[in-house]
Design a protein around this ligand. Structure first.
Ligand SMILES: Nc1ncnc2c1ncn2[C@@H]1O[C@H](COP(=O)(O)OP(=O)(O)OP(=O)(O)O)[C@@H](O)[C@H]1O
Ligand SMILES: CC(=O)N[C@H]1[C@@H]2OC[C@@H](O2)[C@@H](O)[C@@H]1O[C@H](C)C(=O)O
Length: 359
């Protein structure tokens, strides 16, 4: 099977806790050969609450209800696809503290494989962390493949705007060893949490609330004062690192609070871009945050870079992470690395992932 193109179904349940993305991609683990269908299975409010209730938890008792949500949502979405040769199953990150504590993605790939009768690659982050890496971000190797597929010539930064933001610097003329990637800071997670609490809506659609507000600069300055923003990359974050931001804006009117949190996300991106080897020719956005116009405009303003959506390169920006885990599943089968010194800080390139159900 090694090196043979496979239809890989990647599944991602991200830190926004909004739902599961699943996308099929035909890949040999080096190239994107064809993109297949994709699907989104949102979590219901009850399911989301069950996941939220166990955020921050490490493996152990008391996770049964949340595990059942992750397993059933994935079984449901995967069952809707045909001709799947391998599944890349990320699971739901509950806790992430690579330098000491570890990383925890809720989900049982072996049980999923048995229930669905397809091979599943899962637990992508543990090996990297056990070898001293950050265990995140992992999508950068896929960003590299996307840049090459799109025949880009100049260095670019991919920016995923999920619950947390992550940046990948890719020089398309070079191999994966030249990638530099890290988490930028909080992105949608604090905005979503604030908007949900204040309005009952799951997010700030289009950035409309933020557009009505005024930024409180001292809060942004306080964020950028944190050691994280000067720490040399690679580096990664847990969803609720910088949770104090929510307290910092709690006295503000909702539009001002949302504008400030959104500007914080953009300022963190700008701090990240300044750590890259050279200014990128463009910032290519993926993830749900690219639909937040206020965030997008703030990123363009704070970085002075051209900002474009990955959709302009022929990819669905909502599905990049899901495709990435399908792509990585095939790399794991091939024994190819999924993380590198420049992406997770691991000492040497390493392939993470447990494979279940392969005869
Ligand atoms: N129309 C929209 N306007 C503004 N924000 C949006 C819109 N649609 C989605 N989002 C934001 O994108 C989020 C979902 O993005 P995405 O699915 O990329 O995150 P994730 O994969 O869960 O997170 P991560 O990449 O951190 O794991 C939503 O929670 C919301 O904050
Ligand atoms: C530990 C963990 O789940 N991290 C996520 C999170 O969400 C975005 C950012 O933080 C990134 O580091 C990572 O996800 C993507 C898929 C990654 O590994 O590339």
């Amino acid at each position: 099977m090694k090196g043979k193109p496979l239809w890989a179904l990647g599944c991602m349940s991200g830190t926004s806790l909004d739902g599961v993305d699943a996308a099929l991609v035909l890949t040999d683990g080096e190239r994107v050969l064809e993109q297949g269908p994709s699907a989104y299975r949102p979590y219901s409010a009850t399911e989301r609450a069950a996941l939220r209730a166990v955020l921050g938890r490490w493996p152990g008792p008391g996770l049964e209800a949340a595990l059942a949500v992750v397993q059933s949502a994935h079984a449901e979405i995967i069952s809707g696809f045909q001709d799947v040769e391998i599944v890349g199953f990320h699971g739901q990150t509950l806790a992430h503290g690579p330098r000491g504590a570890g990383t925890h993605q809720l989900g049982d790939g072996a049980a999923l494989s048995q229930a669905l009768g397809v091979p599943v690659v899962w637990d992508f982050r543990s090996v990297d962390v056990s070898l001293g890496g950050e265990g995140a971000p992992l999508a950068p190797i896929y960003h590299w493949a996307v840049a090459r597929h799109a025949r880009l010539e100049n260095p670019v930064c991919f920016l995923n705007l999920g619950g947390v933001g992550n940046l990948t610097y890719v020089d398309p003329s070079k191999g994966p060893e030249a990638i530099l990637a890290f988490d930028t800071g909080p992105a949608n997670a604090p905005i979503d949490d604030l908007v949900l609490g204040r309005t009952g809506q799951p997010f700030d659609t289009g950035g409309a609330l933020a557009a009505e507000g005024q930024i409180v600069q001292p809060i942004i300055d306080r964020l950028l004062d944190q050691d994280y923003f000067v720490r040399k990359p690679p580096k990664s974050l847990d969803r609720n690192d910088f949770y104090w931001l929510l307290e910092a804006v709690c006295e503000l009117e909702t539009p001002d609070a949302v504008a400030t949190l959104t500007a914080c996300a953009a300022a963190a991106v700008a701090a990240g871009v300044s750590l890259m080897p050279q200014a990128p020719s463009a910032i290519v956005l993926c993830g749900g945050g690219r639909k937040n116009n206020y965030m997008k405009q703030s990123i363009a303003k704070f970085t002075s870079c051209d900002v474009t959506d990955v959709d302009a390169l022929g990819f669905d920006g909502d599905m990049i992470e899901a495709q990435a885990f399908g792509f990585m599943a095939v790399r794991v089968l091939n024994g190819a690395p999924t993380s590198f010194p420049g992406t997770t800080g691991v000492a040497a390139p390493v392939g993470g992932g447990v494979t279940s159900g392969l005869n």
